[in-house]
Write a protein that binds this ligand. Structure first.
Ligand SMILES: [Mn+2]
Length: 383
């Protein structure tokens, strides 16, 4: 069974989150944690964007002199971008260039204002040029789902003919339903089957809340590579969160997941990215959300205390997190309160626990969720 290749774009698409600019030290820390997770490809940035970006990527490349992780640089279909990408990546042991060109009419006109004929020419020239520098070339057909199929296929033909071996079909605008994205992946997969060693990559945005679902749909339709970011960072509504895609693969499609992936490192990556970006993910966001492994209802609490699997489908510890947490509030019952007392190493009589439960219900009408220190105050009162 072919395992899924993970391409992380936290440092490139993730940096396109409004309000984010990574320093060199941020980039090194992020690259390092992505490397520790064991991802196949780390997209380190867009070296032609500025002298500073180019130099930063160069410094990261030096750190990957002896590492097998592929470092990838973003490039437009411009020969000068390719040269700069080579300059910045040449010290890395393994490198890849990602040549990106718009494929939809609307992006052709408003993103680069060029003709189809000119774009085909630029794409051919730039990938041919890239072949002189890189063994590993990805062509990314920006806004592929909204492109005319005939033109999209023409671009793919030129890209493969010139030397690309990975074809990325990004849903750049987060436009696709999962049926639409599945159909696109299947159709292009079928179209390129004559080329034995060419892979399809999925890159999904979350404008309709479908980035993760579409990424999984793409895998099921034959994509071999997926592009994700930590915490779902990225343009607008963000990209498919790496942690969600990994959690789904681990739970449902384990045979597609490489054995060297260290899920346990994910929690560290979440904390690092929240710290660097100042963007905390929402409490109910899958995997990393503060509430994901916390239980509020008394009935749930009772069940989870006895067996976490009753209400937790993911094993928190696998991701470096802890599960089975109890939130004390209006809905808590005796089981939850006993558990917290146990954690706080406080022992109370059955009668005291009953009055504490009553007090907690009363207090939580005002305070919603009771902190441990508040709980201690109430315990003092009833003792
Ligand atoms: Mn993108």
């Amino acid at each position: 069974m072919n395992k899924i290749l993970f391409h992380d774009t936290t440092l490139r698409d993730g940096e396109q989150t409004p309000g984010i600019a990574f320093s060199l030290s941020d980039k090194i820390k992020i690259t390092n944690i992505l490397y520790q997770i064991g991802l196949d490809i780390i997209e380190v940035g867009f070296p032609a964007a500025s002298e500073n970006e180019k130099n930063n990527i160069k410094k990261i490349s030096k750190l990957f002199k002896k590492k097998n992780t592929i470092l990838c640089a973003f490039s437009r279909a411009k020969e000068s971008d390719i040269e700069i990408a080579y300059e910045s990546l040449k010290e890395a042991k393994k490198s890849r260039i990602q040549v990106v060109a718009p494929s939809s009419n609307i992006h052709l006109k408003y993103s680069i204002n060029t003709t189809k004929k000119q774009l085909i020419k630029n794409l051919r020239q730039s990938i041919c040029k890239a072949r002189g520098f890189f063994e590993d070339i990805q062509f990314t057909a920006q806004d592929a789902p909204r492109a005319e199929k005939k033109f999209l296929k023409e671009l793919i033909d030129v890209a493969i003919d010139s030397g690309a071996t990975t074809i990325s079909l990004p849903d750049t605008t987060g436009f696709c339903s999962f049926e639409e994205y599945s159909m696109l992946i299947s159709e292009i997969k079928d179209y390129i089957k004559k080329f034995k060693k060419v892979f399809i990559s999925a890159h999904c945005h979350n404008d309709l809340g479908l980035a993760t679902a579409n990424t999984i749909a793409a895998i099921n339709s034959g994509a071999r590579q997926v592009e994700c970011t930590i915490n779902g960072l990225g343009e607008r509504a963000g990209n498919a969160p790496l942690e969600e895609v990994l959690a789904i693969l681990d739970l449902k499609y384990k045979n597609l997941l490489k054995k060297n992936i260290r899920l346990k490192k994910l929690a560290e990556a979440n904390v690092l990215l929240e710290k660097i970006t100042g963007i905390k993910i929402h409490n109910n966001k899958p995997v990393f959300g503060k509430n994901v492994f916390t239980h509020a209802s008394g009935m749930h609490q009772k069940a989870v205390i006895e067996n976490k699997n009753s209400f937790e489908i993911l094993k928190a510890e696998k991701f470096g997190l802890s599960g089975g947490k109890i939130s004390i509030g209006k809905l808590s019952g005796k089981a939850g309160i006993k558990k917290i007392l146990n954690d706080l190493k406080v022992s109370l009589s059955g009668k005291q626990i009953e009055s504490l439960t009553k007090e907690v219900k009363k207090y939580s009408l005002r305070e919603k969720e009771l902190s441990n220190s508040k709980l201690k105050q109430i315990i003092k009162k009833i003792k």
